[in-house]
Ligand binder design. Structure first.
Ligand code: ZN
Length: 241
């Protein structure tokens, strides 16, 4: 069974199209989307329509919830908050209702999915330490935990009670007890690589591939500017920050 997992599309239509084209070539058995479909980017309705067409499991992210008033955006930085307000105005009532219904966690076969962390899915914590990852791995209900939220792809690996972190793009999971993997971001990468990210998980080979694909960053930056969204949201895409 081959899984393709992606997250944090952030209303970036061209990045999503590039990722879906790359995924299609791999002919995965299953697709999984880890949330933050909207926010920051200029194409919320286009992205929602495309993801819904895929008919795959989707979980909600903090920007999805903030756009439909299920999360208080006052803790967001001013640029993110401006984008939340802009996004909320673009959504139809039907799109609004769809985002409100998204679940925050999902277990599926060997995979436990969440946008932030499983210890508090509704708080959207940033997983930044190996100690936190070790606690999460101890309680993880499935072999592979997948998440997004920080927009930085990496893998925490648990072997005989020891947890290590790797930024490798190809990870052998054959001698691993459990793994917890950030699949990176489709629409706003933050690891100084502007290319869109997604993950392939080969369940039989126990192998993980973090893939990157280029897309037309300039066209998205131009659309951000034209939409009247903060210019910083356009500029950051060029640098992957
Ligand atoms: Zn995000």
């Amino acid at each position: 069974m081959l899984w393709a997992i992606f997250s944090d599309v952030h209303a970036n239509g061209p990045a999503l199209e590039a990722v879906l084209a790359a995924i299609e070539k791999e002919k995965p058995d299953r697709l999984l989307c880890l949330g933050d479909l909207v926010g920051y980017g200029p194409h919320p309705s286009e992205v929602l329509e495309r993801i819904r067409e895929l008919d795959c499991p989707v979980i909600g992210g903090n920007h999805d919830l903030a756009a439909v008033d299920l999360l208080d955006a006052s803790c967001f930085n001013p640029y993110a908050r401006a984008a939340v307000e802009w996004t909320a105005e673009q959504l139809s009532q039907e799109e609004h209702d769809y985002l409100r219904e998204l679940p925050l966690v999902r277990d599926d076969g060997p995979i436990a999915a969440v946008h932030g962390t499983r210890d508090a899915p509704e708080e959207f914590l940033y997983l930044q330490t190996t100690e936190h990852a070790a606690d999460l791995l101890d309680d993880q209900p499935r072999f592979l935990g997948v998440f997004g939220h920080t927009h930085v792809p990496l893998s925490f690996l648990q072997r005989n009670g020891e947890v290590t972190v790797t930024f490798s793009t190809q990870v052998d999971l054959t001698n691993v007890d459990r793994a917890l993997v950030n699949v990176g971001s489709v629409g706003q990468p933050r690891d100084e690589d502007s290319r869109a990210a997604f993950v392939l998980f080969d369940e039989d080979q126990k192998r993980l591939d973090i893939r990157r694909v280029t897309y037309d960053v300039d066209s998205v930056a131009a659309d951000i500017t034209a939409a009247g969204l903060p210019q910083l949201l356009a500029d950051r895409l060029r640098f992957g920050v």
